[in-house]
Design a protein around this ligand. Structure first.
Ligand SMILES: C[S@@+](CC[C@H](N)C(=O)[O-])C[C@H]1O[C@@H](n2cnc3c(N)ncnc32)[C@H](O)[C@@H]1O
Length: 178
């Protein structure tokens, strides 16, 4: 099933269950220091299932999603419809100012595909005051097509301002340098 599958939404609405594809990052979210005091951004929130699930860990969770169709599928998730591009990235910095942590499951490679806007993000996050980045990278494959094809390469992209402080499978927790 793909991340945007109707079945995930239907299972949540019928049984209150969440997709297993989110189990690893949810497990790691609970290891973030003082998570209950942090306001989080769920980047590339899609239908908001991870946004809702993460709300039990963090003080608040706000999704950012470019697709209005996905973002409006579920009530109960606070999602801002916003497309991050090189043209909107400064405005994006203002949107996330005051938040503490970015949850980024399988979104940075897509933001490479969006005119390489991902390369602006380390400085944008740092200047916005973001303290942590919790990222999940793509599964490793033999012939990757994206330069950010695994979690370590994603983490490295942020290494000027953030350092890896915890890891598990394809998840990395990055902490802001002083
Ligand atoms: C691979 S999906 C991951 C969804 C979710 N984080 C998850 O793990 O289930 C990436 C999501 O990011 C959204 N997205 C892609 N490019 C974007 C952009 N430039 N700005 C905002 N959202 C974007 C897509 O619509 C999609 O919902």
């Amino acid at each position: 099933m793909r991340y945007n599958s109707h079945e995930y939404v239907n299972d949540y609405l019928a049984y209150g269950t969440f997709p297993k594809i989110h189990d690893d990052i949810f497990f790691m979210a609970k290891r973030v220091p003082e998570a209950g005091e942090l306001n989080a951004i769920d980047l590339g929130a899609c239908t908001g299932l991870l946004t809702i699930r993460m709300s039990s860990v963090f003080k608040s969770v706000t999704g950012i999603e470019s697709s209005e169709d996905y973002a409006r599928k579920l009530q109960g998730a606070r999602i801002i419809v916003f497309k991050i591009t090189p043209e909107t990235v400064l405005e994006f910095g203002a949107v996330i100012a005051g938040y503490d942590i970015i949850i980024a499951r399988r979104i940075f490679p897509e933001l490479y595909d969006a005119k390489q806007v991902v390369y602006f993000l380390p400085e944008v996050f740092y200047k916005a005051g973001i303290k942590y980045i919790l990222l999940e990278g793509r599964k490793r494959v033999k012939r990757p097509t994206n330069p950010l094809w695994n979690a370590d390469l994603e983490a490295q992209e942020f290494s000027k301002y953030y350092t890896v402080s915890d890891f598990y499978k394809d998840i990395r927790l990055l902490k802001r340098k002083a």
